[in-house]
Design a protein around this ligand. Sequence first.
Ligand SMILES: *[C@@H]1O[C@H](CO)[C@@H](O)[C@H](O)[C@H]1NC(C)=O
Ligand SMILES: *[C@@H]1O[C@H](CO)[C@@H](O)[C@H](O)[C@H]1NC(C)=O
Ligand SMILES: *[C@@H]1O[C@H](CO)[C@@H](O)[C@H](O)[C@H]1NC(C)=O
Length: 578
Amino acid sequence: MAWHFTAAFMIATCLMLFPRSEQSSQGEVLQQLRKQLEYPRQLDVWNNPNSDPCYTQPTSVVTVACEGNAITELKIIGDRITKPPKFSGYPVSNITLSEAFVLDSFVTTLARLPALHVVILVSLGLWGPLPDKIHRLSSLQVLDLSSNFLYGSIPPKLSAMPKLHTLTLDGNFFNGTMPDWFNLYSNLTVLRLQRNRLKGPIPASIGKATMLSELALAGNSIAGEVPQLGSLNKLEMLDLRDNELDGELPELPTALVTILLSKNSLKGEIPEQFGQLNRLQHLDLSFNFLVGKPPEKLFALPSISYLNLAANMLSGSFSTSLTCSSTLGFVDLSTNQLTGDLPVCLNVNVNNRVVKFDGNCFSDDPEHQHETKYCQQPHKGRGSNKDVGLVVTVVGVVFIVLVLSLILMASNRRSCQRVLAEQQLLQKQMQDNSTSGMSTELLVNARYISQAVKLGTQIMPMYRAFSLEELKEATKSFERSAFLGEGSIGKLYKGKLENGTLIAIRCLALHQRYSIRNLKLRLDLLAKLRHPNLVCLLGHCIDGEVDESSVKRVFLVYEYVPSGTFPSYLSGKELKIK
Ligand SMILES: *[C@@H]1O[C@H](CO)[C@@H](O)[C@H](O)[C@H]1NC(C)=O
Ligand SMILES: *[C@@H]1O[C@H](CO)[C@@H](O)[C@H](O)[C@H]1NC(C)=O
Ligand SMILES: *[C@@H]1O[C@H](CO)[C@@H](O)[C@H](O)[C@H]1NC(C)=O
C-alpha cells in the first residue's frame, strides 16, 4: 500500500517540477475561452491548437500580445452588435451567448492568464452580472467590456486592482448606482460607463480620482448635481450627456478640452468661470434649463471650436463688442430667449462659421424669431409657453407627435419638460425647413429626417466607426440596387445594418492632402455637430486606415428614412418600432 502512495507522491512532484510548457497551457486557456465564447468566427484564427498564440498575426478584431512567453494582452472584437428591445437578464437567442454561458466561469478561465495587462472583449454577447473575482486579474491595466449584456452593479472589488487605469463598460445593462470607491482608488485615468442604466448621483468621492483625464457617463439615469470636480486637474473630457442631472453648474477644472452636458435638467446660469477654460474646444450645454446671459468670454476662448447652447432659457443681449475666437466653427444659440442684435462675428458668413440662432428674440432675421408678442412677455419655463401661430400651422403634426410622445413617455424615463422641449424644436423645424445656417454641405439632405426626430424623445444612437465589411454587408457590396444617386460631394447608397436600421451611406473620395489625423479631427467635429433636428449621422468608415498614405475613401453613415413627408413617417409601419 505504502509504495502506491510513494509512487503517487513522486508523480505529483514530477508534475509540479516540470509543468507543461507555458505556451501549451496558455494555448489551452485560449481554446477554453474560445469554446466558452461559443466559437465566434473571429477566433477561427486559433484553429490550429499547436500554433503559438504569441506569434499569431494580430488583426483589427483579434490580438494576442505576449511579453516573454506570457500573454499580456487579449483583444477580441465580436460582431454581436444588435441590442434586443428588452433585456431582463436572460439570454436572447442569436443576440447574447447561450444559456450555457456562465460569466463567472469565463472570468475564472481568464484569470488563468495572470500576466494580462489589457483585456478588451467587445460585442461578444457576454451576459450576466460581472463577478467580483475579476479582481484576480491583478496585473490588469486596461479593461474594456463594452457592448455586451452585463448587468447588476459594477463590482466594488475593481477598486482592489492597483494597476487598473482604464475602465470601459459602455453599452451594457449595468443597473446599480455609480460606484463609490474613488477614495480607495486614485490611479484611474479613464472611466467610461456610457449607455448603461446606472442610477443615483455621481458620488462626491469622484473628486479623489485626481488622475482622471476622461469621465464619460453619458446615456444613463444618473441624477443629482454635477459634483465638485475642481480637484481633477488632469480632466480633459467630461461627458455627462443624456442623464437626469439637475442643480446648478459648478466651476469646472481648467484642463478640460471637451465638456458635454446636453440633455439634462441643469438650471441656473452658466458660470463666468467657464470663460477661463482656456483649453476648451467643445462645449455642449444644449437641452437644459439654463438661464441668464451666457458669458461673452466663451466665444473668445483661444481654442473653442464648437459651442452649443441651444434649447435652454438663456436671455439678455450680447454686447456689440463681443469677439469670437478664430477657431470658432459652430455656434448654436437656437431656441432660447436671447434679444438684441447678433454680434458681428456671429454673422453667418464670417469665416465659414456655422451659426444657428432661430427661435430667439434677436432683431436679425425676424422671420425665424419668436413673435414680438412672445418676446415682450416674461417667461417662466420653456415648456409652459406656446407660440400659438406656430401651433396652428403645424397642428396636425404636433398633435401626432404629442400623442406619440405621451405613448413613449409611459415607457421612457424622460421628463415631461424634455418632451415639450423636443417638441418645441420640432415646431421650429417645421417652420424652418430651409436648414439655413448649415453650410456644412455634408450634413444637409432635406430628404432624410432622422429617426431620432421621428420618435421625438428617443436617444440618438451613439456615433461610432463602422467597418468596411459592415458597410459592404449592408449594401450587398455596394451593388447597383443600393445606389441612390450621385451628388456634388460623392455617391450615395442605401443599406440595411444587421440590426435592421436603414442607413444612407455617402462615399467621399479623398484629396491626398488629408492626413488621417486631420481627417479624424474633422470626423470628430462632424460627430459633435449631430443635433436632434438634423439628419442623424451614425458614424463613419475610413477605407484603408491601416496604411496612412493609402486612404482613398471615407464613408459617412446616416440614418435613412425613405423620402416622403413627415406625417407619413408617423403613420407608416415604422411606428411599430417602439
Ligand atoms: C438589474 O437588472 C437585473 C436583470 O434585468 C435585475 O434582475 C435586477 O433586479 C436589476 N437590479 C436593479 C437594482 O434594478
Ligand atoms: C439563429 O441563427 C441560426 C443560425 O445562424 C439560424 O438558423 C436561426 O434561424 C436564428 N434564429 C433566430 C431566432 O434568428
Ligand atoms: C497606483 O499605481 C502605482 C504604480 O502602479 C501603485 O504603486 C500604487 O499602489 C497605486 N495606488 C493605488 C492607490 O492603487
